[in-house]
Design a binder for this molecule. Sequence first.
Ligand code: BTN
Length: 249
Amino acid sequence: MKTRFIGRQLKYLETTTSTQDIARELAGQGAAEGTAVIAGEQRSGRGRMGRTWLSPDGGLATSIILRPPLASVYLLPAITSVAVFRTLAKLGITAGIKWPNDVLIEGKKVCGILIENGLKAGEPVYSIVGIGINVNFDTVIYPEIADIATSLSVQLGHELAVGEVALRLYTELEDIYTRIGEPAYIIKEWSRHMVTIGQRVSADFYGNSIDGRAEGVNRQGNLVVRLADGSTKEIVAGDVTIANSNGGA
Ligand code: BTN
């Protein structure tokens, strides 16, 4: 392990419910920053917005405990998706980030990121960064994701050692996380690899659906969408669908 703190404390479970729950338990017991949980398989992997996350054997499912300064928690989706992007780049794979933090290869989702915060008196005291990467399984045999997802082995035509992918990921995550005090750098790196920018998108905006062209991300990480009437809206949270693609949703 070449990292200073991420993954130095590592809990491996062959199978579990969700690595998020195990990491949360450890964080509550005061586990050190960087403690990581990794599972071969999750029985109740979860995704953003109440969705389930398919997590069979051959996938990488990991949750990392971080304790960023409160004012920087909003940067975690950008930090994590850039770390995944760089990990894949080092494996020779060109990916893209779909706002806010899905990682896609040729329009298909290969990685999902779920960030959950542990609160005390309403304020985050730790963050659990959950990362699921489809490494070695054939997405085509799972009807629920066959059309919208891909995996590294499907892309590369051969399997990878999941542990090796995890180590590279921890290294990249640590590298960019240590620059959390440089928000402009992080937002720039994130938007540089964001495939959403320049595309026609639909998004839910306070219960209404809006359509427009994604122009960029602002300093807070919100997606700026130009509507047909020339006005702009800033999407703070949620998901967008990229027109004429499955959007990897
Ligand atoms: C999403 O795209 O909706 C986010 C998916 C996040 C999946 C990861 S796998 C490791 C961690 N444990 C979970 O139960 N979820 C996250």
